[in-house]
Design a protein around this ligand. Structure first.
Ligand code: K1U
Ligand code: ZN
Length: 173
């Protein structure tokens, strides 16, 4: 297993649309193991393959406190969704940025597991928000792109300030 590096917004590669997985082979199984290690090491509750620069429809979710209830969704598709809920989200591609996003309150998903077996899943609450956030990554969308232009500019300047501060600290050392 290997820890992968996570693309950081506004990296253009985060806007790539992911393609369906054709074959669940050893390459995909290795990708899932590496993504799981990366997600747990970063204390994330989800990760999309897009974020590790692999543009295939693979997402992982684990919202459990024990961090041992890994959900692997290959070629996930929404069957039904409904309701509306606003939730404060974070993203491993935008450290330290948390913003409220309005999404469907619940959804039903169809996906393949690691054995290539189709299954369906119903989710609400944090799990539903996380799955929708990861599905956005697969279509090349980052959660802040749900916000107004003004708020996106505010976030971009906060990120630029973070980068300048890190570079400044590196020069002092
Ligand atoms: O895709 C990602 O970047 C992972 C992201 C998933 C996510 C968090 C919160 C709402 C929707 C989707 C994260 O894991 S961010 C970091 C985090 O662990 C977290 C943030 C807020 C609440 C709970 C966890
Ligand atoms: Zn994210």
């Amino acid at each position: 297993m290997a820890k992968l590096s996570i693309l950081q917004y506004p990296d253009e590669r985060l806007h790539t649309v992911a393609l369906p997985v054709q074959d669940i082979d050893d390459g995909i199984r290795r990708l899932v193991a590496d993504m799981a290690q990366t997600m747990y090491a970063a204390d994330g509750i989800g990760l999309a393959a897009t974020q590790v620069d692999v543009h295939l429809r693979v997402i992982l979710v684990d919202i459990s406190e024990s961090r041992n209830e890994l959900l692997v969704l290959i070629n996930p598709e929404v069957i039904k969704m409904g309701g509306s809920e606003e939730f404060e989200e974070g993203c491993l591609s935008l450290p330290d940025i948390y913003e409220k996003v309005k999404r469907a309150a619940w959804l039903r998903i169809r996906a393949l597991d690691l054995d290539g077996k189709p299954f369906e899943l119903q989710a609400d609450g944090l799990k539903a928000m996380c799955i929708q956030h990861e599905l956005d990554h697969l279509r090349g969308m980052v959660f802040v792109e749900h916000l107004s232009q003004k708020n996106q500019l505010r976030i971009l300047s906060a990120l630029a300030r973070q980068t300048t501060q890190v570079r400044g600290r590196q020069k002092i050392r």
